[in-house]
Unconditional design. Structure first.
Lengths: 153, 214
């Protein structure tokens, strides 16, 4: 679901931001907002998952995705895009913890195959997300984001 | 199969000093650095792609979406059916090198794109490269991480991916504004660095200790 939300965003976000008057540099800053928040929060979530287990941390990441996508869809100005991406980023313990989970339950000789399956999941996300986005965007820029929020929830 | 949740909480979590020591170990540190260079290449391409395709071949949102669909099909096929067999035969290191070599070619070729069909060709090569690199490097990092620090270390590795997302969009969009046809330069340089790092880690012969004779 995390990947699906991300892939719905990719083809639309630059145009959505341009709709609010964003320049290419501002679009870069929007991507960077998620990165800064995730950069800071990810090691915290990873360490927490070493202490309390992976499940709770993965659920927290989904909740952050739900909130972020909802705000993105409801946004009426450029700053709401920045805030939405920030919320999603602060809950961004998803991938590292998912990989740790996969590593926990596989033997070393199976790891590359297992990581391949995780990668294929990403591939399905990239397959379904943009396709969904290209259909949904015809009904307005906000619609794909509401769908992404529903999937995260 | 015993799920991690069944194990209960770890009683003594690793200290920050232990985690720091793990990250400074030669193999793990270099693996994360290689992954970081690859992530810089990947993110600088992905974040600039929609605007690049719009300016160079006139794509809108639907066409951009279709391009990602094509790349996803390639990635799924490779990662579902081929990566396991390839790694069994050649090992993770060599597969990562092959993927990085494909990535350099794909990013370098983008500069010569003048028509959608050419773009699709390079997108297929780019997808193939990512499908080879991610599982191979991911498996190597996870194997190098101590069991009680996996969550932390894989998340730190993930953080480097986010750091790449922080750095590379500014670089690629700046180049895009100067000349859209030069957009591929940034990911090409980063992929070349990753290839060099990977080559030194996986392929280049390591110096043997000198045996002193009396």
């Amino acid at each position: 679901m995390d990947v699906l939300g991300f892939t719905i965003l990719i083809p639309i976000l630059p145009f959505y931001a341009e709709h609010f008057g964003a320049s290419p540099t501002t679009i870069g800053a929007i991507y960077a907002t998620l990165a800064v928040c995730s950069l800071l929060s990810s090691p915290f979530w990873g360490r927490l998952s070493d202490r309390i287990g992976r499940k709770g941390v993965l659920i927290a990441a989904q909740v952050a995705g739900l909130l972020g996508f909802s705000l993105l869809a409801a946004g009426t100005a450029l700053w709401t895009i920045f805030v939405a991406r920030g919320i999603e980023g602060l809950g961004g313990g998803g991938l590292g913890v998912t990989q740790a989970y996969v590593t926990d339950v596989t033997r070393p000789s199976e790891r590359a195959r297992a990581f391949g399956l995780v990668g294929a999941t990403f591939g399905f996300g990239f397959l379904i997300g943009p396709a969904l986005a290209s259909v949904l965007v015809r009904y307005g820029y906000q619609v794909p984001f509401w769908v992404a929020a529903a999937l995260a929830g | 199969m015993l799920l991690p949740e069944s194990k209960g909480a770890v009683k003594t979590a690793p200290t920050l000093a232990e985690i720091r020591a793990s990250l400074r170990s030669p193999v793990l540190g270099r693996l994360i650095l290689t992954q970081f260079a690859f992530a810089l290449a990947f993110t600088s391409w992905v974040t600039a792609f929609a605007l690049f395709a719009e300016r160079v071949v006139g794509f809108g949102a639907p066409q951009t979406a279709n391009t990602f669909i094509l790349s996803s099909i390639v990635a799924i096929v490779v990662q579902l059916w081929f990566i396991g067999r390839l790694v069994d035969r050649f090992g993770e290191g060599r597969i990562a090198i092959a993927g990085l070599a494909c990535a350099v070619c794909a990013y370098a070729g983008v500069g010569f794109v003048t028509a959608p069909l050419m773009l699709f060709g390079f997108i297929v090569l780019w997808s193939l490269s990512s499908a080879l690199i991610r599982p191979a490097l991911g498996a190597l990092v996870s194997e190098a991480a101590p069991a009680d620090q996996r969550g932390t270390i894989l998340s730190v590795n993930d953080s480097f991916n986010y750091l790449a997302f922080l750095i590379s969009p500014f670089l690629s969009t700046t180049v895009l504004r100067i000349n859209p046809h030069l957009t591929g330069i940034v990911p090409t340089l980063f992929a070349a660095v990753a290839l060099l790092l990977g080559y030194r880690l996986f392929v280049a012969p390591r110096p043997q200790p000198v045996v002193e004779t009396a």
